[in-house]
Design a protein around this ligand. Structure first.
Ligand SMILES: Cc1cc2nc3c(=O)[nH]c(=O)nc-3n(C[C@H](O)[C@H](O)[C@H](O)COP(=O)(O)OP(=O)(O)OC[C@H]3O[C@@H](n4cnc5c(N)ncnc54)[C@H](O)[C@@H]3O)c2cc1C
Length: 443
């Protein structure tokens, strides 16, 4: 299917850059512009960090297969070169008291075993688990798990820099640094049509097709109530010595689906500990976006950047370290950060035309697991734009229903069954508790 001549992508993370790469390849006659509010890599974006897990370990076989396609590119093309991909395996563990974590691991094991064969080893007891990660403590509260030596991790910021470099090299995509305030609509047609965007400051950028790849900020530009929510996830970094770096750098990434805690092997003497959880919400009042925006407001969770991990999150990390690497329990965190997921009800992406408007497309809903698909997701986005996306992904990623007026904004999604932790944490409440504890000298 032909796409219109002027295409505007908003957002310079995994979805936006990967889409730009595929569009400039498959639709070389279209004029493509990408608008991003900050520099690329943007340190506030979800796609930018020291590391992201690259795994085909999914309970859903469709994601396993797509991740396997991506892993082939990470392994054997320029995507994974120069340290952008490191394959040290993934250890997925569950404790005795979490049936859902065990069930996820069981399905995921079956899916990756079908792909990676003997590289995937079932570990039925705590002793078996510890045998693949000897430096980890015997306190580790696990009943079993499995290791997949075919998984790895990517240097996330370096991956973004690589994709931007490919686009800069041939100059076929024009970049603009600006924040989009709202989508601009032509109201003269029966179904309003997106005709560009208005930037903060008032300038307009016209286009025949607008693709929002705006991650956790998307809820400001289109009404996503009941469809997606921004949840803040905790990350902390610990400085380690050369000897500690050597000891830990070749271990598999450990992911505990019961606590959500994961540790990716360190690089450059920096160890990252993070949590894949229901996360913090940040309710924010914004005008209801859309063609018929009448000044009404709604409250939705949107990212707050530049804030530290609250005490509750730091304590969860300390507890995990007490079990895993007790010698680091009291080591100071040199940095902490809240990184924002765009969570959907089942953890499925949104790669779809907007049901209410012509010419408006969404490529988002990363739900905490989209980074690994960087080398392949753009092709899927372009398939969806052309109407040729395979049915299994079309069924998972298409948005059909319009948001009902007055839809709830406080839905807490279960995701794909891999989340843990408190279900309704509000970031500013947790930060206020942290401040109070600091005043009392608890910290
Ligand atoms: C803590 C954490 C750990 C994760 N771990 C993994 C993992 O191990 N493996 C994995 O595969 N995935 C992981 N993910 C998920 C993955 O990183 C995300 O799903 C993916 O990066 C999302 O990409 P994106 O393009 O949707 O969002 P982003 O990277 O956030 O890109 C959106 C961009 O849009 C820009 N933007 C937003 N609004 C506007 C506007 N109005 N105007 C202009 N620009 C705008 C933003 O500045 C941003 O740069 C993790 C995510 C987090 C937060």
């Amino acid at each position: 299917m032909a796409l219109p001549p002027k295409i505007l992508i908003v957002g310079g993370g995994v979805f936006g850059l990967s889409t730009a790469l595929s569009l400039r390849e498959r639709h070389p006659n279209s004029q493509i512009t990408l608008v991003e509010s900050g520099p690329i890599p943007n340190p506030h974006g979800s796609s930018v960090d020291t590391s992201r897990i690259v795994r085909a370990d999914y309970a859903n076989a469709a994601y396993s297969r797509l991740a396997n396609d991506a892993i082939q590119r990470w392994r054997s093309t320029a995507w994974g070169a120069e340290g952008r991909y490191t394959q040290t395996g993934l250890l997925l563990v569950y404790p005795s008291d979490s049936a859902s974590a065990k069930e996820y691991a069981r399905k995921s094991y079956a899916n990756v075993r079908a792909i990676e064969g003997d590289k995937v080893v079932f570990l039925p007891t705590q002793k078996d688990v510890l045998s693949v990660v000897p430096p980890y403590g015997e306190e580790l509260d696990v009943a079993g798990g499995y290791v997949n030596w075919g998984s790895g991790w990517s240097d996330a910021a370096a991956g973004v820099r690589f994709a931007k470099g490919l686009l800069d090299a041939d100059g076929k995509v024009e970049f603009k640094t600006a924040e989009v305030e709202r989508v601009l609509f032509d109201q003269s047609t029966p179904k309003p049509k997106a005709k560009g965007v208005v930037l903060v400051g008032g300038e307009t950028v016209e286009a025949d097709l607008v693709i929002l790849a705006t991650g956790a900020w998307t809820g400001k530009l289109v009404d996503l109530r009941g469809k997606a929510v921004a949840t803040g996830q905790a990350i902390a970094y610990i400085k380690i010595s050369d000897a500690e770096q050597k000891e830990l750098e070749n271990l598999p990434t450990i992911l505990n689906f019961a606590t959500g805690i994961f540790i990716i092997p360190p690089r450059d003497n920096l160890l990252k500990i993070a949590r894949h959880a229901y996360g913090y919400r940040n309710p924010t009042t914004v005008p209801v976006p859309g063609a018929n925006s009448s000044g009404q407001t709604m409250q939705v969770s949107l990212p707050e950047t530049g804030v530290p991990v609250p005490l509750e999150g730091e304590e969860a990390f300390r507890e995990a370290l007490r079990q895993l690497l007790p010698r680091f329990v009291n080591r100071p965190f040199v940095d902490t950060r809240i990184c924002w997921y765009t969570d959907t009800p089942n953890g499925d992406f949104i790669v779809s035309y907007h049901p209410e408007y012509e010419g408006l497309f969404l490529a988002t809903g990363g739900s905490g697991h989209a980074y690994k698909f960087f080398p392949v997701i753009g092709d899927k986005v372009v398939d969806a734009l052309e109407g040729t996306l395979e049915p299994e992904f079309r069924n998972l990623w298409t948005w059909n229903e319009v948001v009902a007026p007055g839809a709830a904004t406080d839905d807490i999604f279960d995701g794909d069954g891999s989340r843990s932790g408190a279900r309704n944490s509000i970031l500013k409440d947790e930060l206020a508790r942290t401040k109070k504890a600091a005043r009392k000298g608890v910290l």
